[in-house]
Design a binder for this molecule. Structure first.
Ligand code: KG4
Ligand code: ZN
Length: 309
């Protein structure tokens, strides 16, 4: 059994898995709304408080059966990653367990294997609060980045646009609910880089557009949210159309969005996982640690490309 620890951003998460069985998958979501974004020092000190709280809830029988610890060492916020690594190191000494270092983005990709029977090669779309990447997963552990956002991540765009129209953080799931009751063709939102000859994306122009039109969009909030989902889906479909030949894996927090899933499914053979495994979680960390037994130092790597694995 593997214990997973995830603290790369603002969520503190601990999980236990046995093969592909998720036995425990717990998470404490921090609230950084008052700062308008994640405040790293505050998030790191919350991890230090939250990790023992989560760990102490685990039944002793499971702890006795652990064989390994898997911990996220990057990419992410340095202080936050350090909180998780130190906690893992403490447990490793106390329970005499080896530690596996895990790459957060690789874990998002492999999270889909916990729900679906899928094996490389495939194209993975990682859409989260910190990352927007199109990755060619050409074999296990081998990755090539084909495109990425050149500015804001897609989840960040959801959260910032939502904030402009007075929705609380994280705005993604709230906008999804509102969109279900709106008309997706009411507004034509900008689609930055839609026609560019590359697979990169840009979302900051959309955010500025929403800021300039926030009075109108607040009035027609459901139609705005529906039109926003239409624009995002169109951008993703356009970028993926020339790349995806067969299977498309979508993962990361925004992949929990059923409207985006539905829209992409009209064009591709889409594989994803349940919402609790799309957003940051430790089950994906434990699973990745158990599959990818690499000999990597347990030291923090805040900037770490998936191509360098
Ligand atoms: O993967 P994640 O938990 O954390 C990062 O690694 O960043 O992703 C968090 C992001 C937030 O921006 C949140 O608004 C977005 O995922 N998100 C959603 C949905 N659920 C979470 N965005 C759109 N629709 C959702 N249902
Ligand atoms: Zn993540």
């Amino acid at each position: 059994m593997y214990l997973g620890i995830e603290t790369s951003c603002d969520d503190t998460a601990i999980a236990i898995i046995n093969g592909k069985d998720v036995i425990i998958n717990e998470r404490i979501v921090q609230n950084h709304q008052q700062y308008g974004g994640v405040f790293p020092a505050q998030a790191a000190s919350q991890h230090i408080i939250n990790l023992p709280v989560l760990f102490n809830q685990i039944d002793k029988d499971y702890i006795e059966k652990l064989s390994h610890i898997a911990v996220t060492i990057g990419p992410g916020l340095k202080q936050c990653l350090l909180s998780g690594i130190s906690f893992a190191q403490g447990l490793s000494i106390r329970y005499q367990l080896p530690i596996q270092a895990v790459h957060h983005i690789e874990a998002h990709i492999l999270s889909v294997e916990l729900s679906e029977n899928i094996k490389p090669p495939y194209i993975a779309l990682i859409i989260s609060g910190g990352h927007t990447l199109i990755v060619d997963v050409y074999k296990y552990g081998k990755y090539k980045i084909l495109g990425s956002s050149i500015d804001d991540a897609l989840g960040e765009c959801f959260d910032k646009c939502g904030r402009h129209v007075d929705l609380s953080y994280p705005a993604g799931p709230i906008m999804e609910k509102l969109a279900l009751e709106g008309n997706e063709y009411k507004f034509i939102l900008p689609k930055p880089m839609y026609d560019s000859n590359c697979y990169n994306m840009s979302f900051s122009g959309l955010k500025t557009h929403v800021l300039h039109n926030k009075v109108l969009y607040k009035e027609y909030i459901r139609d705005f949210c529906a039109s926003f989902h239409r624009a995002i889906s169109d951008i993703l479909i356009k970028k993926l159309k020339n790349i995806v030949k067969d299977k498309l894996v979508i993962c990361g927090g925004v992949a929990a969005n059923r409207i985006i899933y539905h829209n992409l499914s009209q064009y591709f053979d889409v594989y994803t996982t349940i919402p609790a495994l799309c957003t940051d979680n430790a089950a994906m960390i434990a699973y990745t640690g158990s599959c990818m037994k690499r000999n990597i130092d347990i030291s923090v790597k805040p900037i770490w490309s998936i191509e360098d694995l």
